[in-house]
Every structure is written in C-alpha cells, then in structure tokens.
Design a protein around this ligand. Structure first.
Ligand SMILES: [Zn+2]
Length: 58
C-alpha cells in the first residue's frame, strides 16, 4: 500500500510532502529531504521512528 508523509504533520512550517509505494522508499525520500532542508534535525533512530509514526496510507 502506498504511504504518504508531510512535514506539516510533524509541526513544521515546511510545505513539503511525499508519497511512495513502500514505507522503506518513503523513509529514504524523507531522510533525503530532512538532510537538505532540516539540517538542525539529527538523523538517527529517534527521527526514523518519528517519521514512521507520521506515515499515512496514501
Ligand atoms: Zn520539510
């Protein structure tokens, strides 16, 4: 099932959102975005768990 995520759901002012066919693919896309646009966030297990919890069925 496709999954989607948006930065707004994480409480960010960022208008970015993405959809992918799998959780893993969406995780990769989201981490790339975080590295580019949210450099203050530390990419680690906590962030990944948070990303996962914010994913919705698309
Ligand atoms: Zn963002």
């Amino acid at each position: 099932m496709a999954k989607s995520i948006s930065c707004k759901d994480a409480g960010s002012d960022c208008g970015w959102s993405a959809t992918a066919d799998t959780e893993d693919a969406l995780m990769d896309i989201t981490i790339e975005h975080v590295k580019e646009h949210h450099k203050d966030l530390e990419v680690g297990p906590e962030l990944k768990a948070n990303i996962k919890s914010l994913m919705k069925d698309a």
